[in-house]
Design a protein. Sequence first.
Length: 211
Amino acid sequence: MTAAWVIAFCALWVFVLVLGLALLGLLRRIAPVLETAERAIRQYEGTAIDGLPVGAMVPDFSAETTSGEKVGAAELRGAGAVFVLMKEGCTPCDILKAEMRRIGELGMAAPLILIGEAGAGGYEELPAGARVVFQREREVFIAFETQATPVGFAIDGNGEVVASRAVNNIAALRTLARRLKDKPASQVRTGAAGENQQPVKDALPMPSGNV
């Protein structure tokens, strides 16, 4: 083996060693990120990211009003409402709230319920018709089976999901409200005392899957 080959072979080994050290350093840098991601996955394990499908019933849950009072799911939805889940550090959520403040009027065909995290800010000076409540222990995320934000669900008076979608602007909120308003009346029956009953047997079939 000539001297040139020996030098080339040594240079190759040095290059491989440097590359290995660089990769090791990179792995050490990203290890905390991977550990954080793993903890998040374990924390949310068993909760679907897409949320409840159309036709599903929303489990009961409780949230807190801005004054700290407990309020249940049935009271929040009333005869039907659009629920929007938000969380701290969600840039699309902040953009949506800013748009709501800018336009000053929602122009929606159904009440809007914004669900934030306890202690989160940015919900001041929102238009009339936007009710804000807070969750403390992910109970609303669990009820809707999602961690995505901002995501909206049109829920009828029975607690059934009529439509759902990502809501990055006011137009998306209005679309959900129209889907709720346009739901055939035969699918919802009101009792004599005004409480909502289950859909009648000849109700039109609900579409499947998220909107």
